[in-house]
Ligand binder design. Sequence first.
Ligand SMILES: [Zn+2]
Length: 366
Amino acid sequence: MGSVGDAGDLGGGAGGGDEVFVRAGATAASGAGAGGRRIFSHPQDAYCVAYHVGTLAAFGCAFWVYQHPQAAGIAGPWSRAAYVIGAAYVLGWIAAVDVGVNFHNHAHRPIFTSGFWNRWFGRLWTFSGGWPSFFWEYSHLTVHHAQLLSEVDWTLPKKRADGSFEDFRVYALAHWPWRYFVHLYGDLIAGRGMRRRALRELGIFLALWSVPFWFDWRMALCLWVLPQWMANTTVMGPGMYAQHAGCRRKSAERPVSHSTVFLSKFMNLTMFNIGYHLEHHDHPRVHWTELAELHEKLKPELIAGGAHVVEYGMFHAAYLLAGDEERQKRFAESAAGYEKGGVMAEGRGRGEAVKGEAREATALGD
Ligand SMILES: [Zn+2]
């Protein structure tokens, strides 16, 4: 594992808007640097491929069971319905992690040294989550990362007059695919700049995505469309909401208030360290395996800046955010020991905060 200090950083703020396009050139450069011999850009990128192959295998197994109801004991309508609901949720969860986190990491740091492989594996990666890879990359890199929490970051929930996010359920249900479709159509297809490429990518996606329908359209609706809907509305959407709810746009006064950090070990272990979200936005080119190390390195900065750090995972946060005012307040006020710096941000002097850092860093020690 390399040092996080060596990692490149395209930046998550202004100027990062071209990251999606910069990526292809950066990939070619890294491949040349590797002498064309290494397959993966980072040794642990093999896990990313294994996860995606496992995701496709899970869909394949679910399809097989559906096609062999006698062997699987789901020949009756109720047993089949129970199977579909259970399988759709499990598949949805797996597919959401595969696109929202696993492919997400590839979008920032392509896993292969070959640009060709990055492009084609990417196309074969996101279709099982209901996304064309190019559209997902555009939404995440060019819109979300480059414009985080600004008026034009349409990947996030709409804001009320007081700046708070719209209701959790409205966002989860309205965003995918409806609002995404409207925005992506407007940005990529209605405009002339990227239309040709967007249409080509959409065509490739539709060809791949339609495959289960060729075999059995009922099965495709139950074990392909339904899991993808669950992936986007019950896992990816809530995750996105929780990552930035109650946050403020990055500024000189509030440099670390744009995202929440989730310290749940279980979640970070099973979701490619996505809980270190603030660190990821500030250093999007740092490899996912190095985010925990980066978090330790940035800890004094997070404490001094009053970062919102919680000890649980994103889905407990989503549970709190989906509740009444009292539950939402619990999320806003929960902290894993990083809260005192927030007092500094509101009025304490820098010197006092720095003195406090040493104390808190000790208290937060492993
Ligand atoms: Zn990202």
